[in-house]
Design a protein around this ligand. Structure first.
Ligand code: PMV
Length: 328
């Protein structure tokens, strides 16, 4: 089944009655603590493994949509050319969600750099789908919105909620059981530190990166089962409020994902020298008894994971990091 067929069947018909002229929505960035890497169905963005993330609450994407004579997109206040990669990706998705005759003006604002591995595509697609839900009057539940957001970008299905969120892998071919849901656990002292090392767009997008990893990485066969094991352990750690275990698992899982990327032929390599330097600094801090862990996604930037009591010590080494309080 292709995306268009799935969405045509899935989205409510006759929605025009409740539709609006404009709608706005916000969705938070999410950072995976157990990563999603690899699709079992690339049309429907169905994953090879379940994943688990933390929403960044205050950082994300705000999208405003209104009906217009002519299609236009503004990203962070700037009009985008029709043929820019961002605009093309967005329109090809929006075209699956609206009648052909409907013109739209879309204004989207990201709190984090676009396409630099700070997960802005996840919050972007989630905010877009929420805004379209208001505009079209679909009245979808969060779980249904998660399924539609997944069609835009897999990890977007986790950006419908704050806090810890698990994306269920699902078993069905149509993906109706592959959606995210919030976990009833919190860790109020948890802090994320975003260490931005580059604002450049990543060299290779996650869709292509995953596909190449799946096709050519000799280590990849190990990944889905190993990631599922990490997920079970991660849920236990969260249920027990065991921060150390959570941090260890998140860091190890990110490195395992990057090991598969690196061993892909040709290598899907996202690290800069500064990324490696940052990892060493984290390990030095831990050797000094300051508990801080890192995770990384499809880009060179590093996200630090620590508790509030270590904030001052971590800031001394990373004065430029942006601190996020996911549960405040
Ligand atoms: O949703 P995508 O296709 O941008 O993939 C995201 C993949 C990672 O960010 C590397 C991992 C994850 O689970 O978020």
């Amino acid at each position: 089944m292709d995306k268009a067929t799935f969405l045509k069947n899935f989205l409510p018909q006759g929605y025009q009655q409740q539709s609006q002229d404009s709608a706005s929505a916000f969705a938070p960035v999410n950072i995976a603590l157990v990563k999603y890497w690899g699709k079992r169905n690339s049309q429907l963005n169905l994953p090879q493994n379940a994943s688990l993330s933390i929403g960044l609450r205050s950082l994300g994407t705000t999208t405003h949509i209104h009906r217009a004579e002519q299609d236009e997109i503004f990203l962070n206040g700037q009009a985008l050319a029709e043929d820019s990669p961002f605009a093309m990706r967005l329109w090809s998705f929006v075209n699956l969600l609206r009648p052909t005759t409907m013109g739209l003006s879309i204004h989207t604002h990201n709190d984090v750099p676009t396409a630099a591995g700070l997960a802005s595509s996840a919050s972007g697609f989630a905010a877009l789908v929420k805004a379209m839900n208001g505009l079209m009057g679909w009245q979808l539940s969060p779980q249904q919105l998660s399924i539609v957001a997944r069609m835009g970008s897999g990890s977007a299905c986790r950006s419908l909620w704050d806090g810890f969120v698990r994306w269920n892998k699902g078993e069905r071919d149509d993906g109706l059981d592959s959606y995210a849901e919030p976990l009833a656990v919190s860790m109020p002292q948890l802090r994320l530190g975003l260490v931005e090392l580059s604002q450049d767009a990543k060299a290779i997008g996650s869709t292509l990166g995953m596909q190449q990893t799946l096709e050519t990485c000799p280590l990849y066969a190990q990944w889905p089962a190993a990631a599922e094991k990490d997920l079970v352990q991660m849920q236990l750690a969260l249920a027990e409020g065991d921060f150390s275990r959570m941090g260890e698992l998140a860091e190890a899982n990110a490195l395992m994902m990057h090991a598969t990327m690196i061993a892909t032929r040709p290598s899907v390599f996202y690290w800069l020298a500064e990324s490696v330097e940052t990892m060493h600094r984290v390990w030095q801090l831990r050797a000094q008894g300051i508990e801080v862990y890192f995770t990384m996604d499809a880009g060179p930037n590093v996200k630090l994971i620590f508790l509030d009591q270590q904030l001052a010590a971590v800031l001394r080494v990373f004065p430029q990091m942006q601190v996020v309080e996911p549960f405040a």
